[in-house]
Design a protein. Sequence first.
Length: 227
Amino acid sequence: MSELIDTTQMYLRTIYELLESGVEPRRARIVERLHQAGPTVSQTVARMERDGLLGLNDGRTIELSEAGYDEGRAVMRRHRLAECFIVTALGMDYASAHEEACRWEHVMSEEVADRLCEMLGTPGATPYGTPIPDMQDREASALEDLGLDLVQADEAGLTRARFVLINEYAQSDVDFLEAVDANGVHPGAEVTLSRDGEEYLVTGQTGRTLHVPERYAGSLRVERLQS
C-alpha cells in the first residue's frame, strides 16, 4: 500500500477520533494529534478535499463526506480489532498494542477484519475501553455518553468510580500506557479518584496510584458505581 494511501487513512481515522471525542475537527487539532507541521497538514487536507473525502466549513472546520466518513470508520474498526487481537490473542504488551495496531490498520482487508471480529467473539470495545465501530453506524460513537472524564468527575466530587476507557490521544503515549498498565487502571476496574495540584490521581486495584497530567485529564473516563 502506498504512503499516500496510508496518510489519507491516518488523517481520516484522526478526524473520526476527534468527532468521537467531541472535539471540533480543525487542521490545528490534526497538527496536535499527528505531530506534523501546519503547512503539511494544510496541504494534505486540501488534497483530500479535492478527492471528495472532506470539506471545510467557513474554511476552518473539517466535515467528512459520506465516502470520507465510511473510510474513517473502517480504518478505526480495523485498528481497534487489531488492538483486541494483539492483546487478547497474541498476549503482547498492553502499552505497545496501540502503536502496533496503527500499522495493521493500513494492511488489513475488510474480509480479514470481519473474520477477526468473528474469531474474537464480536467484541464491543478494545482493551483500552474504546468502542469498536459497527459498519452500519452513521455517526461516530460519542465518548461523552460513556462516562465522565477526570475533569468532570473532579468537579462532581466523585471519589470512587469504575474505570471506563482511555481515548486515542492518550493511547499514543507509550510511557503513559505503561504507567496505566502497571497501576492496574483497566476498563471495569474500581478506582479511587483524587487531585494533587494540576495532576489527577487514579488509584487502581493494585493499590498503586496513576498520576494523570492535566493534558490527559479529558482522555480518561469513569462512571459512577452502582449503589
